[in-house]
Design a protein around this ligand. Structure first.
Ligand code: HEM
Length: 400
């Protein structure tokens, strides 16, 4: 069993590969996390099984000391924290709005936005910090503008709340949300309440927030609190993972120049390259679940309500699924992965993320010969919520 491992240890984010490679071969085990017995699942088959078995592994969050730092929505019942069949009702309209066809229809707009942003980036500078100059602003534009239809001048409301959510990482067991968090939440809530009540007509009517409000006026599937809690996570949850993944794509291309060359010579490998980057440099660390009833899982006694940590980041290194998992190989034959979860809670943003990643890598591979990493010693520091791996700064030189 793995020794000093702690999934809440922020330093694990910086270099998770050694721990993930070991965890991917480790049987389920229990460990005290903030004094609470917790079950750790990190092999592909166990994580996959827990994602689909909501009769034993529930998404409904009880209060657990230490988990204040992942209580992004003030203990409210959002989509991600509800089990089927209730979850099926909450997800229905949103799922339609983020279907492959709905996302494909955004392709042209995203293409133009990418072209414009990459043009602005191409200012001849030798050293570009791409998280602040490129991936974060682009993620904000894509999520809040292209996808959700918010007017640009209102982005700041949700950017502020997103930053507060990332700041929860510093909360200790028993801590309350800070006043600045509560203020940011209240501002966002008031804004969305106006939108739902029809008192704010500045949103793009063809985009998701307006569509959800209209659909709900027709079918009344959700009450207004539920609708609010469906829209709020969309406004805040997608920005950091998109920015991180785009950063990770560029970082991997800089760290593995021969693999970048393979993509440049074979543009059809772009899609496979994105899947390999998600596996090898995962943007998320874990998903939480809570045991339903008492049972024995692979030799571990599991008590009612016990927190279960599904270490999704480790699953990409399971040798039972991936041959030679520590090799980064954009030509790797397609294999399943659970980085976007599986089953009822499968990530609703995955089609968008994949589209964006493919378009960006395709353009970079067409325009540049190489991408050079300029961070001192090649070292990248990671931050973000305990579940996320957000690169802090990535300095790059793009070679024509
Ligand atoms: C690389 C980027 C991303 C990764 C790795 C990722 C990963 C995940 C995972 C693992 C889950 C399941 C969590 C659980 O059940 O515990 C999830 C759920 C979800 N994701 Fe993502 N996500 C990404 C980007 C996005 C984006 C950009 C959006 C929206 C624009 C989004 C929207 C959602 C929603 C709404 C859910 C809840 C689905 C449900 O509970 O039914 N995600 N995501």
């Amino acid at each position: 069993m793995i020794g000093e491992f702690s999934i809440f240890d922020s330093s694990l984010k910086n270099n998770p590969l050694p721990a993930f490679a070991e965890l991917a071969r480790t049987r389920p085990f229990s460990q005290k996390i903030y004094g609470v017995d917790s079950l750790i699942l990190s092999r592909f088959k166990h994580v996959e099984e827990a994602f689909v078995d909501f009769s034993r592994f529930s998404s409904v969050k009880p209060y657990i000391p230490g988990q204040e730092s992942i209580d992004y929505f003030k203990g409210r019942e959002i989509l991600g924290f509800v089990d089927p069949p209730e979850h099926t009702r909450l997800r229905r309209n949103l799922s339609a709005c983020l279907s492959p066809a709905a996302v494909k229809a955004l392709g042209q707009e995203i293409n133009l936005l990418l072209d414009r942003t990459l043009d602005e980036l191409d200012d001849g500078s030798d050293n570009i910090e791409i998280i602040s100059a490129f991936t974060h602003p682009l993620a904000v534009d894509v999520v809040l503008g292209v996808l959700l239809g918010l007017p640009r001048e209102d982005f700041v409301i949700f950017e502020a709340l997103t930053a507060e959510m990332c700041g929860l990482v510093d909360l200790k067991p028993g801590d309350q949300h800070s006043k600045s968090y509560d203020d940011a939440w209240d501002t966002a809530q008031e804004y969305l309440e106006d939108v739902i009540a029809g008192a704010n007509d500045r949103l793009d009517k063809s985009k998701i927030i307006s569509s959800l409000v209209t659909l709900n006026r027709q079918d009344h599937i959700l009450d207004s609190e539920e609708l609010l809690l469906q829209i709020m996570p969309l406004c805040v949850a997608g920005i950091s993972p998109i920015s991180s993944l785009l950063g990770s794509i560029l970082l991997m291309m800089a760290r593995f120049p021969q693999q970048f060359e393979v993509v440049r010579q074979n543009p059809s490998l772009v899609g496979g390259a994105i899947e390999e980057i998600l596996r090898f440099d995962p943007p998320s660390m874990f998903s939480p679940r809570y045991a339903k009833g008492h049972f024995n899982y692979e030799g571990v006694d599991v008590a009612e309500g016990m927190p279960v940590y599904l270490i999704v980041g480790a699953t990409g290194f399971d040798p039972a699924i991936y041959e030679d998992p520590l090799r980064f190989d954009v030509s790797r034959p397609a294999r399943p992965h659970v980085i976007f979860a599986k089953g009822a809670h499968t990530c609703l943003g995955m089609h968008l993320v994949r589209l964006l990643g493919r378009l960006m890598l395709g353009k970079i591979a067409t325009h540049y010969r190489a991408v050079e990493l300029l961070n001192e010693g090649g070292y990248v520091n990671y931050c973000g919520s305990p579940q996320a791996r957000d690169p802090e700064e990535i300095h790059l030189h793009f070679k024509r």
